[in-house]
Design a protein around this ligand. Structure first.
Ligand code: ATP
Length: 456
């Protein structure tokens, strides 16, 4: 099992992630994507969009604004029910999530229990503060996760808005726009990728629990009686997605929420859990949201959000299946899953599939101060970058360059040597096997295209 420290250090050292505002000492649990992280994340987003939006029938891509009318969050239940249980250690005054304190120390699931029940478990088991060892905590109180801000110069309740706690609501409040503009028949879906914000109390574990993160979500509207069939369809799609990410089956599992644990909007939720170094934890959620959101928005807004069956003319609220994917939890999983320590060759490499790797190919001149080699390698680089994310490198010796590309997951590297100047061939090296073969320069684009496509 790959260690979280190892991955965090690789990610910082190689430019996948940096702590936010590093020069000011950072901001807890906020991270910036570095040049390699942003490429990896973009590849994930593109693959997700292609698989779940473009290749699915009746799917509408969307990008709702982050700020919305505050009534949205009243109707959705977030202003009253989007809470975590909070306790404060009376010795060091650190704030902790009561359910996480219990789960970490007693290894039992208690999400959804009410504050009195949590307090009882904490006291009866003499749980200790993980920071100072103290065993006195304030009583558990509920803490709302929505971030608040204000529009305009007056900071009062009338001008208060929220940073969205999930992307989902942007799609529910646009349900009518989609109906009116595209007249789709059930089932159909709206999908989007975007930022969400949560004032999490126990953030941490690198990019696992952030206060600002990206969600990739779909609201899939179905005839109420058929929800089970579509729920199953989405389970199967998620399983296919995990295969595309090349995650070992033994490293992830489904876990159904208990009744107490269910979110305020859900009748059935199954999490996809990944085996992170800190245990099996939620990677994705698949929720059956019934007609909770459309019905509440209809009431709150006074707009009729019912769908009319084109045959029977019957009007009803469709039910919703919601697959929800966290981008950063996906990135963290991929870094952990594909990290390989190759002791025999004293190197590490990221075994990322070529369609996810930040760069598909790296090009090097064999030695850095031979102008003819540099010139030809630049020419090849310029050709390749029209087709693939490509990098060019002449820092350090060739061995170091290979190691560097291995560590960031570049599946192919090309070296231009003296023979290249004579016969227009280069060596191409495959990351995992380290096998090298000689190819004509004119063959490179087709060769790489076949390789990248072949591994999908
Ligand atoms: P958790 O139980 O871990 O707090 P959640 O059940 O609140 O997660 P959902 O509301 O189902 O999460 O959000 C959907 C997805 O968004 C999650 O499956 C996860 O991938 C991602 N996500 C949620 N909260 C965070 C966070 N604080 N940081 C990073 N990703 C998150």
């Amino acid at each position: 099992m790959t260690n979280l420290k190892t991955i965090t250090s690789l990610a910082k050292r190689r430019g996948f992630f940096f702590p936010s505002s590093t020069i000011y000492g950072g901001l807890a649990n906020v991270w910036d994507y570095g040049p390699l992280g942003v490429e990896l994340a973009r590849n994930i987003k593109n693959l997700w969009w292609k698989f779940f939006i473009h290749q699915e029938d009746n799917m509408f891509g969307f990008d709702a604004a982050i700020l919305m009318n505050p009534q949205v969050w009243v109707a959705s239940g977030h202003t009253t029910s989007f809470n975590d249980p909070l306790v404060e250690c009376q010795s060091c005054h650190k704030r902790l999530r009561a359910d996480h304190l219990i789960e970490d120390q007693l290894k039992i699931k208690v999400e959804g229990l009410d504050p009195q029940e949590l307090d009882k478990i904490i006291q009866e088991n003499h749980l200790k503060c993980p920071f100072c060892g103290g065993d006195k905590f304030t009583p558990t109180r509920k803490f709302n996760l929505l971030f608040k801000t204000y529009i305009g110069p007056v900071e009062d309740n009338k001008h208060q808005v929220y940073l969205r706690g999930e992307t989902a609501q942007g799609m529910f409040v646009n349900f009518l726009n989609i109906l009116n503009t595209f007249s789709p028949s059930l089932p159909f879906g709206i999908g989007q990728i975007g930022k969400a914000f949560r004032n999490e109390i126990t953030p941490g574990n690198f990019i696992f629990r952030l206060i600002e993160f990206n969600q990739m979500e779909i609201e899939y509207f179905v005839p109420p009686k058929e929800w089970k069939k579509y729920y199953q369809m989405w389970e199967e799609k998620i399983e296919k997605w995990m295969k595309m990410l090349k995650v070992k089956k033994s490293h992830w599992r489904w876990r159904q929420h208990s009744k107490e644990e269910l979110s305020h909007y859900s009748k059935l939720t199954k999490d996809t859990e990944y085996l992170y170094p800190f245990g099996f934890k939620e990677l994705y959620g698949l929720a059956y949201r019934t007609d909770f959101d459309l019905r509440n928005h209809s009431q709150q807004s006074g707009q009729d959000l019912r769908y009319t069956d084109p045959q029977t003319r019957e009007k009803f609220f469709p039910h919703v299946i919601e697959p929800s994917f966290g981008l950063e939890r996906t990135v963290l999983m991929l870094l952990l899953e594909h990290y390989v320590e190759d002791k025999e060759n004293s190197r590490v490499y990221l075994d990322l599939p070529p369609y996810l790797a930040p760069y598909t190919v790296g090009v090097f001149p064999l030695v850095k101060n031979k102008p003819k080699l540099v010139q030809l390698s630049k020419k090849i680089y310029n050709q390749l970058k029209e087709n693939f994310p490509t990098t060019w490198d002449n820092n350090g010796n060739i061995g170091k360059r290979y190691r560097r590309q291995d560590e960031i997951g570049t599946p192919y590297t090309i070296t231009v040597d003296y023979q290249s100047l004579e016969d227009h061939t280069v060596t191409i090296r495959e990351r995992n096997s380290m096998k090298q073969e000689r190819l004509e320069i004119v063959q490179l684009v087709n060769y790489l295209k076949t390789k990248v496509e072949g591994q999908k």
